[in-house]
Ligand binder design. Structure first.
Ligand code: FAD
Length: 571
């Protein structure tokens, strides 16, 4: 099993059927769907694949139980259908997790209503176990008594606690790598995928009062070179920035995006690391956070704050961290030391792309539905934009998008049969199979190849069936079985990141291909080690390696210093 994303500019000649702007999960799924159906497809991403909102999620493939409070039943139902499809199609990276909704005497909504919501959520997932092997079947929700709940989640405030509802959703174990799996699937189907390439403008021809889009003008941000891409249709999947991507057209297309900032923090594990359940912790203030056990720590968030119209790349502010910590602290037992800024090891921040709803100043209750905009209505031909959506529903959005292209601009194009709703992602061991026996075999083979057990388990989980590529790299150079990071990543992963997965910067490697950058700030030693392996493949001089390491350290230091300014937290 050996697929590559080649990042080659030699393949830009000729006419593409589809050009996609944006390599988040939406754009990548569109590229996978279009190429798999036989359309000549290209995607450009101005940073790295999955480096935008798609890397900043709460890490759940879920229906979104809280959207029931807004009666957004259609979004919940679609998401639950997709939850099953993603869980069956990528079981190595989509893992069942038990969620607990505690109820206190003071809870709003009251505990009985929370229970009704959990049951409704379960009812909406009526197809959850169709063609599902026993190991992946989602059980019925159930009530946990106070003592059972405190046994499972000892950090919860016991005073006034009535018990909790336990139900199951699925964890997106490593969203960055799952997105890469879909990118690999797209590349395997023939799509050209170019990271660090920005869409600058559209190739346009005026026809009467209309503008006809005939492709894109793009710039490779690594070399500075500009290129023309000729395509029959362009799909704008720029996530929260779809309106900005349309600006070069110089006319209003009626696409409204509400942007909302969402922050998470990664802290020491609450409950001393014994807790296996995710907890939906809703404080007396009405604010809630999800506390998830992840990689031996607690991943807590998100916030939801409207973004000013001119704000571009938001950073984590002390207020964001304060809000998360004070919310979770207020649901904690006195026996659990309150979380402080010193407990925060890492933060993530992303911008939600939300469909505009008018003048309301809260984005918390905004719908997570998606919308396909056909700009023909505004006099611009061969151009679509995708607004809103969730990570969970990106596959469905892509399917609808390609159906729409084939019903309009690409009508009559020769296509192949492809059913993404029944097709495993690249890296999956098999469709709808319990991954555990496969993971055991993969781990054993990686250990036999020379990886330490902890690294072997990590690589098996991250790569799934593509672990064989790591074995091949290590067999060619046994030194690459050595860990390069505190997290257990090994040198062979760096090689695969550069050679197969189009990583071009240190951040591409440590933040999205390896695990280390997603669990804490990598040390200078780790960055130097990674830069040495990557630099040999990318032709970096010793000075360039130093520059890359320094740039990555400075970037992280700058982001962290912004929120570490404040240190006190209310309980
Ligand atoms: C805090 C938070 C938590 C979330 N939690 C969940 C969750 O648990 N489960 C879930 O299902 N969903 C969740 N979501 C929603 C989900 O993350 C998003 O809906 C999804 O990632 C959006 O993907 P996207 O591809 O549309 O956007 P993005 O991932 O932002 O991708 C758009 C890409 O377009 C690129 N781009 C922009 N302009 C250009 C240009 N001119 N040229 C080239 N490229 C360009 C950007 O660089 C970016 O990479 C969460 C969102 C947030 C913010």
């Amino acid at each position: 099993m050996h697929q590559t994303i080649s990042r080659s500019f030699d393949t830009l000649d000729g006419v593409f059927d589809v050009a996609v702007i944006g390599g988040g999960i939406t754009g990548v799924c569109v590229a996978r769907e279009a190429a798999s159906r036989g359309l000549r497809t290209i995607l450009v991403e101005r940073n790295d694949f999955g480096s935008g909102t798609s890397a900043a999620t709460t890490k759940y493939i879920h229906g979104g139980i809280r959207y029931l409070e807004q009666f957004d039943v259609a979004v919940v139902r679609e998401s639950l259908r997709e939850r099953r499809i993603l869980a069956l199609g990528a079981p190595h990276l989509v893992e069942q997790t038990r969620f607990i909704m505690p109820g206190w005497r003071w809870s709003r909504p009251p505990t009985a209503l929370i229970g009704a919501g959990v049951l409704a959520y379960h009812g909406l997932s009526f197809d959850r176990n169709i063609d599902t092997p026993d190991a992946l079947r989602i059980p019925r929700p159930r009530w946990m008594s106070k003592s059972e709940l405190l046994g499972a989640v000892p950090w919860l405030d016991p005073s006034g606690l009535q018990g909790g509802f336990a139900y199951h959703d699925t964890l997106n174990v490593h969203p960055e790598r799952l997105l890469l799996d879909y990118a690999m699937s797209a590349a395997a189907a023939g799509a050209v995928l170019l990271n660090h390439v920005e869409a600058l403008d559209f190739r346009l021809v005026s026809v009467a009062d209309s503008l006809e889009v005939r492709g894109l003008r793009v710039r490779d941000r690594l070399s500075g070179h500009e290129h023309e891409i000729v395509s029959r249709v362009v799909v704008n999947a720029a996530g929260p920035w779809i309106d900005r991507a349309l600006e070069p057209l110089g006319r209003s297309l009626g696409v409204g995006v509400d942007r909302s900032k969402g922050v998470h923090v990664l802290t020491r594990p609450l409950g001393g690391g014994r807790v296996r359940d995710a907890v939906f912790a809703r404080a007396r203030s009405g604010k809630h956070v999800i506390v998830s056990p992840w990689m031996g720590k607690s991943f807590i968030g998100p916030t939801d704050t409207p973004l000013a119209a001119d704000e571009r790349d938001p950073v984590v502010d002390p207020d964001d961290v304060e809000l998360i910590l004070s919310t979770v602290n207020s649901t904690m037992s006195d026996a659990e030391p309150p979380l402080t800024f010193d407990d925060v090891e890492l933060t993530t921040v992303g911008v939600r792309p939300l469909i505009r709803r008018g003048n309301e100043d809260s984005t918390y209750s905004a719908s997570r539905r998606h919308e396909l905009y056909h700009h023909t209505d505004a006099g611009v031909l061969n151009l679509w934009s995708i607004g809103g959506g969730k990570w969970t529903t990106a596959r469905a959005t892509a399917e609808q998008m390609v159906d729409a292209l084939l019903a309009h601009e690409l009508k009559g194009s020769p296509t192949r049969a492809f059913a993404s709703r029944r097709t495993a992602a690249y890296g999956a061991f098999a469709w709808a199979e319990d991954p555990r026996p496969f993971l055991t075999v993969a781990t054993n083979e990686l250990v036999a190849a020379g990886l330490p057990t902890r690294s072997a388990e990590l690589v098996a989980r991250l790569f799934g069936a593509a672990y064989t590529r790591i074995v091949d790299v290590v067999n060619a150079n046994p030194a690459l079985a050595e860990p390069v990071s505190e997290a257990g990543d090994v040198g062979a992963q760096v090689v695969v990141a550069v050679v197969d997965e189009a990583a071009r910067t240190l951040s591409d490697i440590v933040d999205r291909r390896l695990v280390v950058g997603t669990i804490h700030a990598p040390s200078a030693d780790t960055l130097t080690h990674v830069a040495r392996i990557a630099g040999e493949l990318l032709g970096w001089s010793p000075d360039q390696r130093l520059d890359e390491v320094r740039r990555e350290l400075d970037r992280r230091q700058m982001l962290e210093s912004h929120w570490r300014l404040r240190r006190s937290v209310n309980r």
